[in-house]
Design a protein around this ligand. Structure first.
Ligand code: AMP
Ligand code: MG
Length: 428
């Protein structure tokens, strides 16, 4: 007789059982367990791209610092603009960017009937508030210019502080620094900022069949590819990478590798050995040495996956299958790393497009297919599946430029149906 208390074991082949949680529940549980690292360091702007701000950046300046011209042309008081006929003005000098206008008496006043030749970025002389584009002027001589009607008081002028006002918070703690942010911080004269230290991520592959590149392959051996795709995904993130190589399916070796990894890293990732085979030890060792929070997620590919803790470190035991490694990384490890880094998990960009392929699916679990997003003849974005979708077919991932996400309820897709996609890049 079957033992009614025996728990059903998870394997990649299972479709659904009651212990399995949804992708969304898993993601929430994972994020609840993760605490941002609190170590910080001071870096120059050049070192700060992709780092996470550990302080609010407050401006001590107005940007721009002075009201200035947005055009090359002539500046004058808006009250002096011609009303219903053209009018001539005396040009009393020139204002350049970085070289304000001054007359021989060291004075920058512009009086009625006068204007100042002005270049883009030059500070506005006193009594001026309006710029007439050079193209809308008629030069009569070096000291006389004529303007027509149709201008507006205040036109073509950038106000002091219109980009950043003195005292404002320009960027908040927790912000992920993008190229424009470095420019913005430079624009307020700050060259060094406080950022969170990078999380340290250790990873290793498990499996007796795994060989290093350069080693000969005996029957049944394969080259370890997971460490390379993991390395690739991690390299695109704000992390310090600790590659611990390959560990065979031996309890003692695995215990030692787990101890080393957790002593060095904030987060440990392994691949393989999380299923229910005779050589799948990862789950048991984590139970013994740490704690397991999640074991089964209703997701294909990617089930089972182990999430837990190992001493002070967060632990992810990803499946061995190369595609599952990548899809579970994007769905669970990436948001965990984002939260650990101090920025909080961000949602990936997803949107709906028409699907050119028919996709079979049974309801009850989330599925993640590899897609190619492209434009059709009418310029519309559409997606096609990359072909064979086995969780061992890693070329399906390298051919893809997006994931096609089919939620739990979906019971298949017909050609022409809309599906949700998550692009890998911003380029097709
Ligand atoms: P496992 O989860 O250990 O049962 O592995 C599932 C499948 O993924 C098996 O076919 C393994 O040979 C394969 N696999 C495991 N680790 C790797 C790896 N590092 N690189 C490539 N394939 C792997
Ligand atoms: Mg294995």
């Amino acid at each position: 007789m079957l033992n009614p208390k025996a728990k059903k074991q998870a394997s990649c082949a299972d479709d659904y059982d009651s212990e399995t949680i949804t992708v969304e529940t898993a993601r929430q549980k994972i994020l609840e367990k993760i605490h941002p690292i609190d170590g910080t360091e001071k870096l120059t702007l050049y070192q700060s791209l992709n780092r996470i701000l550990a302080e609010d950046i407050v401006s001590k300046l107005n940007v721009p610092g002075h009201t200035n011209s947005a055009m090359d042309g002539y500046t004058l008081s808006g009250d002096q603009l011609p009303n219903n006929e053209t009018r001539e003005y005396r040009v009393i000098g020139t204002a350049y960017a970085g070289r304000p206008f001054k007359n021989e008496n060291n004075n920058d006043q512009c009086q009625a009937g006068e204007c100042v030749r002005i270049m883009t970025g030059a500070a506005m002389p006193s009594n001026t508030d309006t710029v007439i584009m050079q193209e809308h002027s008629e030069k009569i001589s070096d000291t006389t210019v004529r303007f027509t009607t149709g201008h507006r008081k205040g036109q073509n002028v950038r106000q002091a502080g219109e980009d950043i006002a003195k005292g404002n918070i320009v960027l908040k703690q927790g912000h992920h620094l993008q190229p424009a942010d470095l420019g913005v911080i430079a624009s307020i004269g700050i060259g060094e900022i406080s950022v969170y230290r990078q999380p340290r991520i250790a990873f290793f592959s498990t499996g007796d069949e795994l060989r290093q590149i350069g080693e000969p392959l005996e029957k049944g051996d394969i080259y370890d590819s997971n460490r390379y795709s993991l390395y690739g995904m991690l390299s695109q993130l704000n992390v310090e990478i600790i590659d611990l190589g390959v560990v065979g399916d031996k309890l003692e070796d695995l215990r030692e590798a787990f101890a080393t990894a957790s002593s060095k890293a904030d987060l440990v990732i392994t691949t393989g050995g999380v299923s229910v085979g005779e050589a799948d030890f990862v789950k048991n060792i984590i139970e013994e040495m740490g704690k397991i929070h999640i074991w089964k997620i209703a997701m294909k590919p990617g089930r089972p996956i182990t999430f837990g803790e190992l001493d002070e470190a967060v632990f992810f035991g990803l499946p061995g299958n190369p595609v599952a490694v990548m899809t579970t990384f994007y769905h669970f490890v990436l948001p965990a790393i984002q939260k650990l880094s101090g920025e909080g998990a961000r949602s990936p960009l997803t949107f709906e497009v028409k699907c050119n392929s028919a996709l079979k699916k049974r309801p009850g679990r989330f599925e993640c297919l590899r897609g190619i997003l492209s434009r059709n003849e009418s310029g519309q974005l559409t997606v096609s599946v990359t072909g064979k979708q086995g969780s061992g077919i890693l070329t399906s991932m390298s051919r893809a430029n997006c994931l096609i996400l089919l939620d739990e309820d979906c019971d298949g897709v017909k050609i022409g149906d809309n599906v949700t996609v998550q692009p890998f890049n911003t380029y097709l």
